[in-house]
Design a protein around this ligand. Structure first.
Ligand SMILES: O=C(O)CCC(=O)C(=O)O
Length: 217
């Protein structure tokens, strides 16, 4: 995954506050910025939620059993352009901090529709050619009811874009990486779509950690 003479780990930017020797989480209460969207959707945003996210990132890249998937497209099997791993409800997460993150999020969002976060999905975008196309997580309750999907981004920053399904309202772009938290809530999965587009910029790997209620994909 290294390119050029400078290894990608060396160029991962760390926050000025990241002085610890273990990864940790900043408090959520009072720190999240709520961004209302159209049609009852909303986002909560907290850049740099994970402290020393570089350590968590390195460990996940090196230890998660990443799997490559294929999809049928126009009668052909094509490689899904990212690697994935899933940890269902009751399955130990691949790092204890992800279990803590899930508990903190579920506590913070208790009583919010879809706030009973249970599953952990991970994606590894190896470089700028890896991506995910426009979609909403409309399998499970996301099809008909409000739900939460919380995403923690580690490693290099990539653009996470959102647009309204019905072409109304503004589109948004977030550069996410380095421990940032973005929570999609309300009707976001059925009234908005999100994507991580390919980029021609020279970027290193990004890990996306998604927390969802049971059944939502
Ligand atoms: O990379 C991301 O953070 C988005 C992942 C995503 O949308 C998905 O896996 O459904």
């Amino acid at each position: 995954m290294c390119s050029g003479t400078v290894g990608w780990m060396a160029v991962l930017q760390r926050s000025l506050f990241d002085t610890g020797t273990v990864a940790g989480l900043r408090p959520l209460d009072g720190a999240l910025e709520r961004i209302p969207l159209s049609d009852g959707a909303w986002l909560d945003h907290l850049p740099g939620w994970v402290e020393r996210s570089d350590l968590l990132f390195e460990e996940l890249v090196g230890t998660v059993p990443w799997r490559a998937e294929e999809r049928v497209m126009y009668d052909r099997n094509v490689a899904v352009p990212r690697l994935m791993a899933s940890f269902g409800d009751g399955v130990p997460p691949p790092h204890p901090l992800l279990g803590t993150a899930r508990s903190e999020l579920a506590h913070h969002y208790r009583g919010v529709p879809g706030g009973d976060l249970a599953t952990i999905g991970l994606c590894l975008y190896r470089d700028g050619a890896d991506s995910v196309a426009w979609h909403g997580d409309t399998i499970g309750r996301g099809a008909t009811e409000d739900t939460l999907v919380a995403i923690v981004s580690l490693g290099w920053h990539r653009m996470l874009a959102l647009r309204p399904r019905r072409g109304r309202g503004r589109s948004l772009r977030f550069g996410v990486g380095g421990g940032d938290l973005l929570v999609m809530g309300g009707s976001c999965q059925r009234t908005w779509e999100h994507a991580v587009p390919k980029t021609g910029r020279s970027v290193g790997p990004r890990v996306s950690v998604q927390f969802r209620p049971n059944g939502v994909r």
